[in-house]
Design a protein around this ligand. Structure first.
Ligand SMILES: NC(=O)c1ccc[n+]([C@@H]2O[C@H](COP(=O)([O-])OP(=O)(O)OC[C@H]3O[C@@H](n4cnc5c(N)ncnc54)[C@H](OP(=O)(O)O)[C@@H]3O)[C@@H](O)[C@H]2O)c1
Length: 319
């Protein structure tokens, strides 16, 4: 099979096409013929950052990619929940801060643990399905731990990107009044997905125009966290997606302001994917794919996402 291997951590020139044997699943795993792969900023961090080398579990070759949609073509002997031909998608074997997670998704075939996947809804394509797992789980999981209340004013930053465009829809689903922050080019997308108000950060400072909010979903980094923290009402919440604000000076700062700030790391979960699949099936959540590349073009897809101005999601199509 064809795969994209990472020869060594570094620039995109370290990503190379290779011919490898099709992997063999264990008893509780399935083999997926990959139809589409989602690209995430995390792929870029893992490609570049030698501090993240542990995620590959000392295996060779290193292959990036965790978001996959495809068809079950082989099942291990203990697998009863999936049949050959089933269309499935998920965030496969994602690492935690301490445990490896070498999913090897940039390939024509990939192994999946059944606990990481769910059935793909028929009303979305494999490209759309591959756009969902990491980006949608990133807010679905924490918002199920620290709830939005119906009617809460929720401020979503980086609202036109992968995580943000799902965050807008998920917050709406929980009954929020959603205010979205992005560049003007994303206004139509984000309001079309349900944001009640839109602020263009290139022309307007949100602190000048926005009344305090109940909840912030913050996709940007440190300085921006300081800024959005000032916007949260006493008793409100701030979910930080990049800056870890748990149990440190950020947490103290939040406490002094009377708010609860927290960071949550996304996890592989077929159960959470099934909940999202239900929302996709009902049309409550819709993935937006702005660019599609071929497997061999993954270096271009990495360069594109590194620009940090992605609209919705970038995916790789193998069909
Ligand atoms: N906690 C976790 O487990 C987890 C998991 C996945 C991702 N993340 C984090 O979540 C964040 C978002 O990821 P993503 O996949 O959505 O990235 P993405 O698809 O690359 O989107 C990034 C977005 O940021 C916007 N942006 C850049 N500068 C901005 C600014 N000053 N104000 C408002 N928006 C701005 C860009 O749009 P414009 O054109 O509008 O600038 C772009 O749409 C990243 O920090 C990522 O590391 C965390």
């Amino acid at each position: 099979m064809k795969a994209i291997v990472l020869k060594s951590q570094g620039d995109v020139d370290q990503l190379a096409v290779a011919e490898l044997p099709i992997p063999k699943p264990q008893k509780d795993e399935v083999l997926i013929k990959v139809h589409a792969i989602g690209i995430n900023p995390t792929d870029v961090y893992a490609r570049k950052n030698i501090g993240l080398d542990y995620i590959f579990n000392n295996e060779d070759p290193k292959i990036l990619g965790w978001d996959v949609s495809g068809e079950v073509v082989y099942r291990g002997e203990n697998v009863t929940t999936y049949n050959l031909g089933d269309a499935v998608f998920g965030l496969l074997n994602f690492p935690t801060h301490t445990t490896p997670g070498h999913a090897k998704g940039y390939a024509e075939y990939v192994i999946a643990r059944t606990k990481d996947i769910t059935l793909k809804p028929d009303n979305i394509t494999h490209e759309e399905a591959a756009a969902v797992p990491m980006a949608a789980l990133t807010t679905w999981q924490p918002l199920n731990k620290v709830r939005i209340k119906p009617g809460d004013r929720v401020f979503v930053t980086a609202a036109g990107g992968g995580v943000g465009h799902f965050a807008v829809q998920i917050a709406r689903h929980f009954g929020a009044y959603v205010i979205a922050l992005a560049s003007g080019s994303k206004r139509d997308l984000v309001t079309g997905l349900g944001a009640h108000e839109f602020i263009d950060y290139q022309t307007t400072d949100f602190l000048d125009v926005l009344a305090p909010v109940d909840y912030v979903i913050e996709g940007l980094r440190d300085d921006h966290v300081s800024k959005t923290m000032r916007l949260v009402k006493s008793g409100g919440k701030l979910l930080s997606l990049w800056t870890n604000v748990n149990g440190n000076t950020w947490a103290q700062q939040a406490k002094q302001r009377g708010i609860y700030a927290f960071y949550n790391a996304v996890e592989s979960s077929g159960a959470d994917m099934a909940a999202l699949a239900d929302l996709l099936r009902k049309g409550i959540v819709k993935p937006h794919v702005s660019k599609v590349f071929r497997l061999e073009e993954i270096p271009l897809a990495h360069k594109e996402i590194e620009n940090n101005h992605t609209t919705g999601k970038i995916v790789i199509s193998l069909i």
